[in-house]
Design a protein around this ligand. Structure first.
Ligand SMILES: Cc1cc2nc3c(=O)[nH]c(=O)nc-3n(C[C@H](O)[C@H](O)[C@H](O)COP(=O)(O)OP(=O)(O)OC[C@H]3O[C@@H](n4cnc5c(N)ncnc54)[C@H](O)[C@@H]3O)c2cc1C
Ligand SMILES: [Zn+2]
Length: 620
C-alpha cells in the first residue's frame, strides 16, 4: 500500500521527527548527511526509534545532501554515495514495518538570501539529488523547509515532471500566516497544490502554537492533503549550543488541535525526538481525520503610508529629469577631527549644490560614519545628504536596521552599492559580508518603501527612499556596463551616479549608449590634482584612460604642484562644459578633501551651465 492509499483510508499518517537536531544533541557537529556513510548504524537506529514511536512515514537523512551544501565540507563529489546510502538505510529500517513508507527528503537551499544562489544552479543541484533518491527506490519525495516560494515552485515542477510518486511540498513560515516576501500561506499552498503536490504543508521554524494559529486560516485542500511538522519550540542559545525546549506531553496536547485544522500527515521538525512523535501517535490513535472545517478569516493587515516623515523633499532624480542638478561627493575623514569636512560642506551648501554625497568607507577603509556626518550636515548646515550604503560591512540584519535608522533621521537619498571588497583596504583580513549585492539591496530598499521588510514583516509605515545605483562607464565594452545599469533599473534603481569620466570622447560614448534610458545619470567629474594623481589614474585604475594631451599638460607641471592643480581644474571645467551639454545630472568628486576645487566647479557649472528642461543634445 502506498502513501496516498494510506491517506485515502481515512487515516492520519504519523511521520518521523528531526534528524539533524537529534544528531547534534548526541554530540555530532559535522555534516549530518555524511554519517550515512561513516556512522550508518546511528542513522539506522534513529529511523528505528521513530518507527517504534509510531511513525509510519520516515524521511531519509538527506536534507542537505546536495552539491551546494555538501561543498561546505568538501563532499560535493559524494552526492550519489550519500543519498544512495541514506535510502538504503531507511529502507532497511522499514523492512519489518509493513505499513511504513520512506520518503526521500530534499531541503530548500535559498533560505532567506534568495539572490545568493541563482535558480539555474538550484535546478542543477536539485535534479542531481532527486535522481539519486529516485534511482534508489523511495516511496515518495519530501520537499521541506522552503522559505522561498519561488524556489519551491521551481523544484516542485521539476519533481512533478520526473516522477508519479507522491510529493510532499512544505514551506517554512516567516511569521504567523506569512512566508517571506509577504506571501500568504493560503496563496502558497494553493500554488503548490495546483503545481501537482500531493501533500502540502508547513515545517520548521515555528512550534505548534504558531503553526496551529496559521492553519486556522487554511481550508482543507481540494485535491491534496495537509501536513504539519512543527519544531519542538522556539530555539534558545544555551552554553554555545542551540537548544529546543519542550516536553513530549505538550505535543500530546497539541495533536488534536492539528487534527482539528485538517492535518492528515503530522510529524516533527527541529528539536523533536522520538518521544514527541510517540506523543502525536498516542494522541491520534484511532482518531478520524477532519472532513470539513470552518476557516478563520483573519484580516490581512493594511500597510499605512508614511505618516511620520511629512517633510520628504521631492526626490533628487525628479529634478535631474527636468533640469540641471549638481551633487558633490565629500567623503568623511579618516580621522576624528571633522572641522575641515564641515567647512567643506558649508562652502558647498553656499555654492548652491543640490546634495552632498557621503561615501561609506570607500576603498574599504574606515572613516567617520557617513550617516552620523550626513545627519549633522542636514541639521546644522541645512544641506541634503545622500548616503552611500555598501553591502560589505553589514549583514541582512544590519542593513535593515540601518535603513530604519536613516528613515528616523529623515534621510531619504541613498546610493546602494555592493562596495569595494575588504582586500583593497586597510583591513584586508576583515570579512566582506555581502549577504546581498547592490541588486538585493536596491530590492530591499524598494520593499521598505512598500512598508515591508526583507523577510515580509510589516514595518508599520512606508519609507520614502529614492535609490541611486553605481554606474561604471570606464570599461572596454560600454554596452555591458549599460546592460548592468538596465538590470539595476529592473531591480528598482531610480537614478545613477557614475565613476568619474576623464575625456570628452567617453562622455559622448556614455551619452550615446544611455540616451534611451529614462533614469537620470549623474555623470562623474573629478579634478586632477597633480601629475602623480593623473599618472596613477591613467596607469593603475582599471578602465580609466586620460587623453595624451591631458597627461602631457599634467606632466608638464610635475614640479609645480600649484600650477598642476590649476591645470587639473581647467581640464575639469572643459569636461564640465561637455558634460553639461549632454547630462542634467552632474556629480563632482572632491579629491583629498580639497573642497575649494569642487566649490569652484559647482560655481562654474551654475554660472555657465545651461539650465535646460531636458538634455540639450538630441540625436548626436
Ligand atoms: C558613484 C559610486 C559611489 C561609490 N561609493 C562607494 C562607497 O561608498 N563605498 C565603497 O566601498 N565603494 C563605493 N563605490 C565602489 C563600488 O562599490 C565598486 O566600484 C563596485 O565594484 C561597483 O559598483 P557596485 O558596488 O554597485 O557593484 P555592482 O554593480 O553591484 O557589482 C557587483 C559585483 O560585480 C562586479 N562587476 C561590476 N561591474 C561589472 C561588469 N560590468 N561586469 C561584470 N561584473 C561586474 C563588481 O566588481 C562586483 O564584484 C562606489 C562606486 C561608484 C560608481
Ligand atoms: Zn527544522
Amino acid at each position: 500500500m502506498g502513501i496516498l492509499d494510506s491517506l485515502q483510508q481515512d487515516k492520519i499518517l504519523i511521520a518521523d521527527g528531526a534528524m539533524g537536531t537529534l544528531l547534534y544533541s548526541y554530540g555530532s557537529d559535522c555534516c549530518f548527511e555524511e554519517l550515512n556513510l561513516s556512522q550508518p548504524n546511528q542513522i539506522y537506529n534513529i529511523h528505528k526509534a521513530y518507527l517504534n514511536a509510531g511513525a509510519n512515514l520516515i524521511q531519509t537523512n538527506t536534507y542537505a545532501a546536495n552539491y551546494h551544501k555538501l561543498e561546505r565540507y568538501g563532499l560535493q563529489d559524494q552526492v550519489k554515495e550519500i543519498n544512495s546510502a541514506a535510502v538504503r538505510l531507511a529502507k532497511r529500517a522499514v523492512a519489518d514495518h509493513p505499513d511504513a513508507h520512506v520518503v526521500g527528503t530534499i531541503g530548500g537551499i535559498r533560505a532567506i538570501k534568495p539572490e545568493a544562489i541563482p535558480l539555474e544552479e538550484i535546478k542543477r543541484t536539485f535534479r542531481e539529488q532527486l535522481y539519486c533518491l529516485l534511482l534508489e527506490g523511495v516511496d515518495g519525495i519530501l520537499l521541506e523547509t522552503f522559505y522561498d516560494l519561488e524556489e519551491l515552485e521551481t523544484v516542485l515542477q521539476i519533481a512533478r515532471k520526473e516522477t508519479d510518486l507522491p510529493i510532499i511540498a512544505q514551506v517554512s513560515l516567516q511569521e504567523v500566516g506569512y512566508l517571506q516576501n509577504r506571501v500568504h500561506i493560503t496563496d502558497a499552498l494553493n500554488r503548490l497544490e495546483s503545481l501537482g503536490a500531493d501533500i502540502v504543508g508547513l515545517n520548521c521554524r515555528l512550534g505548534p502554537y504558531h503553526m496551529i494559529s496559521t492553519l486556522e486560516e487554511v481550508s482543507i485542500p481540494k485535491t491534496a492533503y495537509l501536513s504539519a511538522y512543527p519544531n519542538a519550540s522556539l530555539p534558545s542559545y544555551v552554553d554555545g549550543k542551540l537548544e529546543y525546549d519542550s516536553d513530549a506531553d505538550y505535543f500530546k496536547e497539541t495533536a488534536l488541535a492539528f487534527r482539528d485544522q485538517g492535518v492528515r500527515l503530522i510529524g516533527g521538525c527541529c528539536g523533536t525526538t522520538p518521544a514527541h512523535i510517540k506523543a502525536f501517535s498516542d494522541a491520534l490513535e484511532g482518531v478520524a481525520p477532519l472532513k470539513e472545517k470552518q476557516v478563520k478569516r483573519k484580516e490581512r493587515t493594511i500597510i499605512l503610508p508614511s505618516s511620520k516623515k511629512k517633510d520628504v523633499p521631492t526626490p533628487l532624480f525628479e529634478k535631474a529629469k527636468k533640469q540641471q542638478s549638481i551633487i558633490v561627493e565629500l567623503d568623511p575623514p579618516r580621522k576624528l577631527n571633522t572641522d575641515k569636512f564641515m567647512a567643506g560642506a558649508k562652502a558647498l551648501k553656499d555654492a548652491g549644490i543640490d546634495a552632498l554625497t557621503l561615501a561609506d568607507n570607500s576603498l574599504a577603509s574606515p572613516r567617520v560614519c557617513n550617516t552620523a556626518l550626513g545627519s549633522i550636515v542636514k541639521s546644522d548646515i541645512g544641506l541634503r545628504p545622500l548616503i552611500h550604503i555598501t553591502c560589505r560591512d553589514r549583514n541582512l540584519i544590519g542593513l535593515q536596521s540601518h535603513l530604519m535608522g536613516l528613515h528616523q533621521l529623515g534621510i531619504h537619498d541613498v546610493l546602494a552599492v555592493t562596495g569595494d571588497p575588504t582586500k583593497v583596504g586597510d583591513f584586508p583580513g576583515a570579512s566582506s559580508v555581502y549577504d546581498v549585492t547592490s541588486f538585493g539591496l536596491i530590492n530591499m530598499i524598494k520593499q521598505f518603501n512598500q512598508g515591508v521588510s526583507l523577510s515580509g514583516k510589516e514595518l508599520g509605515e512606508r519609507t520614502s527612499f529614492s535609490v541611486g545605483a553605481a554606474f561604471n562607464p570606464n570599461v572596454r565594452i560600454i554596452d555591458k556596463a549599460v546592460e548592468r545599469l538596465e538590470k539595476k533599473i529592473d531591480a528598482g534603481a531610480d537614478y545613477f551616479i557614475s565613476q568619474p569620466v576623464f575625456s570628452e570622447e567617453k562622455l559622448l560614448e556614455v551619452y550615446q549608449a544611455t540616451k534611451h534610458i529614462e533614469a537620470p545619470i549623474y555623470i562623474g567629474i573629478m579634478p586632477l590634482t597633480s601629475s602623480r594623481n593623473a599618472n596613477f589614474l591613467h596607469h593603475e585604475v582599471p578602465g580609466i584612460k586620460l587623453t595624451p594631451q591631458v597627461l602631457e599638460v599634467m606632466n608638464r607641471h610635475q614640479d609645480d604642484p600649484q600650477q598642476a592643480s590649476l591645470e587639473g581644474l581647467n581640464i575639469a571645467k572643459g569636461l564640465l562644459d561637455a558634460a553639461l551639454e549632454l547630462f542634467n545630472g552632474i556629480y563632482l568628486i572632491t579629491p583629498f578633501m580639497r573642497y575649494e576645487l569642487t566649490v569652484e566647479l559647482a560655481n562654474y557649472a551654475k554660472k555657465y551651465g545651461p539650465f535646460h528642461s531636458s538634455r540639450r543634445v538630441q540625436n548626436v
